[in-house]
Design a protein around this ligand. Structure first.
Ligand code: ADP
Ligand code: DP6
Ligand code: CO
Length: 342
């Protein structure tokens, strides 16, 4: 092909913070999970990934990725799986319409930037792989729905499948051997419960010591407590959280969110050797939320922690001044914060 044109598409993707956590892989190669999960996708006003995908016959051979200004290895199985799946879908489109340029054969160049800490427990892999998949899908002009693309994003990072939707999102673990039913779907759009807010307290922006990928595999292999999480805790929390979202019942939403975060971190502590993602500042944030709720005489705030020390507090807009006021003086270890909408 003599055409040296550069084809390009850019997109942004938001982070999502799980309220019923994904922790555990059923199949490591396919990156399917041991359990269903539910998250809230935050608005892109504060935390987001911006990714540009381009391809051209004029590029040197081989795909490349620049993340936050530094060249990033694309030879990993997860990134390769995303490239392979998206190329196959483009090849099918090209086969159906031979007049289209053969983009599926060209080297891909991906340039991505996170405007928040990477690998610090603030869901950079979720926004990062959601943006990567959508940027390439846009470049290739694929007809796939968000749920279909979520199957591809899941293979990059599990939590990424949920960032292809806004609002309240479930990732159904699925039962098929090939992972073709392990995808995200919408529980409710953001407009269903638009006054939900998430306060993000940064206790450390440093890269975590144990990645989510390796941490969860160690938990599955060694934790006895984890078995009860799968058979008992998660099925109960999934039913309760979907009901709470449907009814806009904040107290129920909050209790399930806090209990599920506690259950996940208890399983991390029960991993052998134990994994500790939360630190003293994290625990101070838990106490602050408890005291906010005690003083309010009802549950108006809910904490949750991903695989890192940083705290996310869910609350409703009407309580914003109470929540921000309460946190203003309390947390010595907090280095930054943002109040985010859904
Ligand atoms: P986090 O808690 O931030 O999600 P993880 O350990 O789950 O941390 O994942 C971090 C990894 O996600 C990074 O090392 C990188 O491989 C990948 N990642 C993060 N941001 C991007 C991005 N914008 N584009 C592609 N991959 C990304
Ligand atoms: C604690 O999606 O980062 O944030 O699939 O190995 O990339 P990989 O893991 P990742 O794990 C997220 C774990 C969590 C909970 C959640 O987001 O559901
Ligand atoms: Co992650």
């Amino acid at each position: 092909m003599a055409d040296n044109k550069i084809y390009r598409a850019s997109t942004t993707a938001p982070v999502n913070i799980a309220v019923v956590k994904y922790w555990g892989k059923r199949d490591v190669q396919l990156n399917t999970p041991t359990n269903d999960s539910v998250s809230v996708t935050l608005s892109q006003d504060d935390l987001r990934t911006l990714t540009t995908a381009s391809c051209s016959a004029s590029y040197p051979a081989g795909d490349s990725l620049v993340l936050n200004g530094e060249s990033f290895d694309v030879s990993g199985a997860r990134t390769q799986a995303c490239f392979r799946e998206l190329r196959a879908r483009r090849a099918a489109v090209e086969a159906a319409d031979p007049s289209l340029p053969k983009l599926s054969t060209l080297p891909l160049k991906i340039v991505s930037e996170n405007n928040f800490p990477t690998a610090a427990g603030l869901a950079s892999s979720a926004a990062g792989f959601a943006a990567l998949v959508r940027a390439i899908a846009d470049l290739y002009e694929l007809p796939d729905s968000p749920s279909e693309l979520s199957i591809v994003a899941r293979q990059g990072s599990g939590s990424a499948c949920r960032s292809l939707f806004g609002g309240y999102v479930a990732w159904r673990a699925g039962t098929k051997e090939d992972g073709s039913d392990s995808m995200a779907d919408l529980v409710a759009p953001a407009s269903h419960w638009p006054d939900m807010r998430a306060l993000i307290l940064v206790a450390s922006a440093a890269k975590k010591g144990v990645s989510s990928t390796s941490g969860m595999q160690k938990t599955v292999a060694t934790s006895g407590l984890f078995k009860g999480r799968l058979t008992d805790v998660v099925p109960r929390n999934m039913a309760l959280i979907e009901e709470a979202i449907k009814n806009r019942d904040f107290a129920q939403f909050a209790e399930v969110t806090m209990r599920d975060s506690n259950s996940f971190h208890a399983c991390c502590a029960d991993t052998y050797p134990p994994i500790f993602y939360m630190n003293d500042t994290s625990r101070a944030a838990v106490r602050a939320v408890e005291s906010i709720n005690e003083q309010a005489g009802k549950t108006i705030a809910a904490y949750t922690f991903d695989a890192g020390p940083n705290c996310v507090v869910y609350y409703l807009q009407e309580h914003e001044s109470t929540i921000l006021g309460a946190f203003a003086g309390v947390l010595g270890g907090v280095t930054g914060w943002t109040a985010n909408g859904v």
